[in-house]
Design a protein around this ligand. Structure first.
Ligand SMILES: [Zn+2]
Length: 72
């Protein structure tokens, strides 16, 4: 019984680690920073919204956005 509980705790811990590994961070040159555990697609969505709201004249290519994304 005790061993089973320990296994459960271990697998939750491993899942958390996995999620942390997948977390992505993006920093805009204006100082705006976002961390998302949901990966690149989510972060691209948010940077597009941010760019539209705060930098309407700025057009970033997919490549440039990709370079701004860091894994945390
Ligand atoms: Zn910005």
């Amino acid at each position: 019984m005790k061993g089973k509980e320990q296994n459960k705790v271990k697998s939750i811990y491993e899942t958390c680690l996995l999620m942390l590994c997948m977390a992505k961070m993006i920093s805009c040159p204006c100082g705006w920073t976002l961390i998302s555990p949901q990966g690149n697609d989510d972060i691209k969505k948010h940077i597009q919204i941010h760019a539209k709201d705060h930098h309407p004249g700025l057009t970033e290519t997919e490549d440039e956005v990709e370079k701004m994304i860091k894994t945390v």
